[in-house]
Design a protein around this ligand. Sequence first.
Ligand code: GLY
Length: 316
Amino acid sequence: MGVMATIIGSERSEAGLPAGMDILACGGSALDAVEASLRLCEDNLDDHYVGTGGLPNARGVVELDASIMIGSSRAFAAVGAVKGYAHPISIARAVLERLPQHCLLVGEGAELFAEEQGFERAQLLTDESMQLFRDGLLPNVDAVEGENTVAAPGDNVYRLAAIDLVRRFRPHDGPWGTINVIALDESGELVVGVSTSGYPWKYPGRVGDSALPGSGNYCDVRFGGAACTGRGEMSMRVSGARMVVDALARGEAPNDACRTLLQEAATLADTFRAELRTLCLTPDGRHGGAAGQPGSTYGVMTTARPDVEYFRRIVA
Ligand code: GLY
């Protein structure tokens, strides 16, 4: 029997999973499915953690990270801290296909490459995300400067207030964070894609785990693909996605493999380590997910089940 095409994604990936499933159901590639899914998530203006409408950095500028990894070749490509382009996942794919000597472009270089490849510039900061940025910052602007000044976004007052806010960042209620999508196509190819606007109010130039192979994204078609969302610094410190795939390679079941990462992360000191979440998909279509806090889910679609089915992540 052949492989059953499957696509899974983290919270809020349902904005894109059906489009990815349509591609897989027609015999399309996992690479196309992952890119198409994430592009729609990047276009979702209600989502403030990815693409257009994502929350900006400390200077009020949206900076995006994205990566894509192919399970059969372990080819990896990513962009980090990209400003002014709406679809970082497609720029990452362009790096993969048109600049295969490189795995990661950041900042100005990534933007130059995007321009040369014909990507159109876009305004990423929406009125709503700007308002959320200002609302989050206002008490801190006061705290840092000692006066109730609303300075112009981008100036030093904002930058210092944002750094203070990042230091005191509070865990969120409800689904938030980076979007992970993993697809298995009927040829047996497995692809992992990740896209994010990163940590809200982050220091300009901060790149998270989403752009780093082995941290936020890892894929080996022999064992599985894994991705992380939430507190990227934790998955960077333990090489999280690679740790999940290594556990699958040792024969651990998908949920157990995800738990292995979270338990390792929990051994490290970090106020927000419980914010880390992960999910994985194996080449035979098994999947799992784990989170440091209860109430987290992931979505699954297969050719046999065309609606998004939600699975609870185990709490590790
Ligand atoms: N996990 C996404 C980030 O930390 O940027």
